[in-house]
Design a protein around this ligand. Structure first.
Ligand code: COA
Ligand code: MG
Length: 280
């Protein structure tokens, strides 16, 4: 999983487009991109989309938050249609995920968007205790900035401001501590490819494994940057080879740089990931 494309579930036209793009996951959104009066129509269209014979992207559904009073109707409409997973917005602790699992079943993969309220920021260490099938933790900056009363979440130069860098970091720590995928947030400036690339490279560098998208034009960029490059694969191989060549050494030097066990493990993980995406 590298790219997850959001589609408002009340838009037939966008759903058509999304289902034929290269996203690894399409997220049929029942939450923030759908107006209240359109929720029933969106639920029906989401169920219909899931039931069609389909190949290509996996399909997840973003349900409304637990305190909205809408979640059980969302679940009742889409669960029988067989989504591959659920996106749960506005979680505050791991217990919120287990509560949703009470409705969707403990086997259903769930990705929690876990930084959307001020209180959620204090709960990112609790996802280690989830007993349900938590698949990933994502962070979000839009609802959080609304809740904080912020005027913006990026500087004029495009960098995230401090509160959102913190949310991003805590998401990464929380996800890795829980042993699940850290999912980078959306890049809302959808005409700005250079900005998106920068955001993606930043995320990959820090350890995120995938990123959410809001526009089909973002998908190929995300897939490319979240797939290990041939150069990274070659580098990983040379590190693994150097360790093999040095017997059971705990540390090696290559071209004047030190590599020890964490580097070896990182290289193995990168090769594993590269293999999953067909890079040789
Ligand atoms: N999924 C599938 N198709 C999409 C899409 C998406 N997320 N976003 C845009 N498209 C389609 C448009 O329908 C349009 O198709 P058409 O040429 O057949 O009409 C085409 O891509 C080009 O769209 P464009 O004109 O560049 O953008 P727009 O002004 O129509 O839409 C947004 C802009 C932001 C409204 C739209 O991208 C969107 O709805 N994104 C998802 C929002 C969302 O789900 N938010 C919640 C999570 S944060
Ligand atoms: Mg939102």
């Amino acid at each position: 999983m590298r790219s997850l494309l959001f589609v408002p579930a009340d838009s037939e036209r966008k759903i058509e487009k999304a289902m034929t793009c290269n996203a690894d996951v399409v997220i049929l959104d029942l939450e923030d991109s759908v107006a209240l009066q359109n929720k029933p129509a969106a639920r029906a269209l989401a169920a219909q989309t899931l039931q069609r014979p389909r190949s290509g992207p996996q399909v997840y559904v973003r349900v409304n938050a637990l305190d909205s009073g809408l979640t059980s109707d969302d679940v009742a409409a889409v669960l029988p249609a067989g989504p591959e997973g659920i996106i749960q917005p506005k979680t505050e602790t791991g217990a919120c995920v287990d509560k949703l699992a009470g409705m969707v079943g403990t086997d259903m993969p769930v990705i929690a968007i876990a930084t959307e309220t001020a209180n959620a920021m204090f709960g990112l260490g609790t996802y280690t205790q989830v007993t349900a099938n938590l698949k990933g933790i994502a962070w979000g900056a839009e609802d959080l900035s609304n809740e904080l009363g912020a005027q913006a979440n990026r500087t004029a130069g495009g960098s995230l401001t401090e509160p959102y860098r913190l949310a991003r970091s805590l998401c990464l720590f929380g996800a890795r501590a829980a042993g699940v995928e850290p999912v980078d947030t959306v890049y809302v400036d959808f005409r700005n490819q250079a900005g998106l690339e920068h955001d993606c490279m930043d995320a990959v560098r820090d350890g995120f494994t995938c990123k959410m998208a809001i526009h089909p034009a973002q998908v190929d960029t995300i897939n490319r940057i979240f797939t290990p490059s041939a150069q990274q694969v070659a580098e990983a191989r040379s590190i693994i080879d150097a360790f093999a060549g040095a017997g059971d050494a705990g540390v090696v030097g290559i071209d004047g740089k030190m590599y020890d066990i964490p580097h070896l493990n990182r290289s193995r993980k990168l090769l594993h990931r590269a293999k999953a995406y067909g890079v040789t």
